[in-house]
Design a protein. Structure first.
Length: 278
């Protein structure tokens, strides 16, 4: 049984969010000094404002999320994820920062509308924010299959889906994503749009499986989250974590694959859009 705890604040997990935080710390320091040239202080302050103002502006002028998505985001941020892992309720460490959120959710929703997708596959559902956002854009007879390995996270999502008309379009597949993908291949399932957002070290394998089989429909699209990995993919390589290295390798593999064309959008932590061309 989960308990409500004092709301933990989300840490910045995107290149712009991290940049804004670092600039804020610099601005606080230089404001304590009286010996610095005014032009330097002005420039650094403006750099901080440029970085810190972007996300709130995007939030303000992007169509509001539904009440169900707001409830899901709140439920996720109020959960004591660290405690849940320590007590063995979750099979892996999870955190509120994993949730994609308002602007990315609305972007994915737009892609479902734009591609007129009827069948969507999500690899990495967590508590279901992006799944529900995409389901809201699907037609009544649309289907979204969501892969998730953690039963606790899946249960949080399912409880919200059960109360929402759009949630009825979502079928949760609990288990390791690679096993689920094999099951879907064996069942002859195929998808117009796939959202990859699970284990960063498995991204290349998900991508290859989607293209090597009929899982991705001819002329289907793949959206991939965290393809900037907090800037690690373009920062000096010695600053890379294993996940940063995995994403750097993934980005290279996609760029070299003649079966696809792609673009990396600097949205949140990087969102790659891939189109199958062969
Ligand atoms: C970043 S979160 C997904 C966030 C979600 N798409 C959203 O927007 O709210 C990644 C999720 O993938 C799940 N995951 C990680 N490795 C997995 C695997 N091998 N198979 C299935 N799910 C996995 C984690 O348990 C976690 O819930």
């Amino acid at each position: 049984m989960s308990t409500t705890i004092p709301k933990p604040t989300a840490r910045p997990v995107t290149p712009v969010g991290i940049l804004a935080k670092k600039l804020e710390a610099i601005v606080q320091k230089i404001n304590q000094r009286t010996d610095l040239p005014a032009e330097l202080v002005d420039n650094i302050t403006q750099a901080w404002q440029l970085a810190a103002g972007l996300d709130p502006y995007l939030e303000e002028y992007t169509t509001h999320e539904s009440a169900a998505l707001t409830a899901l985001a709140e439920k996720t941020s109020n959960e004591a994820w660290q405690e849940r892992f320590s007590e063995g309720a979750t099979v892996r460490p999870l955190e509120q920062e994993m949730l994609s959120g308002h602007v990315e959710g609305q972007t994915l929703k737009m892609f479902v509308h734009m591609t007129k997708a009827k069948r969507v596959l999500e690899i990495g559902m967590f508590t279901g924010y992006s799944a529900l956002a995409m389901a809201e854009a699907l037609p009544k007879d649309g289907v979204l299959v969501a892969c998730e390995v953690d039963p606790f996270a899946a249960k949080v999502g399912q409880a919200v889906f059960d109360k929402s008309a759009d949630g009825q379009k979502i079928r949760v597949e609990l288990g390791p994503a690679l096993e689920t993908l094999d099951k879907l291949v064996a069942a002859g399932e195929s998808f117009d749009l796939v959202f990859i957002d699970a284990d960063k070290k498995e991204y290349i394998t998900y991508f290859q499986k989607l293209l090597d089989t009929n899982l991705l429909a001819p002329s289907g699209f793949i959206c991939v989250d965290n393809t900037l990995l907090q800037g690690e993919v373009y920062l000096p390589t010695q600053q890379r974590t294993p996940n940063g290295e995995a994403i750097a390798q993934f980005n290279r593999a996609v760029a070299l694959d003649p079966r696809v064309e792609q673009v990396i959008l600097p949205l949140r932590d990087g969102l790659t859009i891939i189109r199958r061309i062969a």
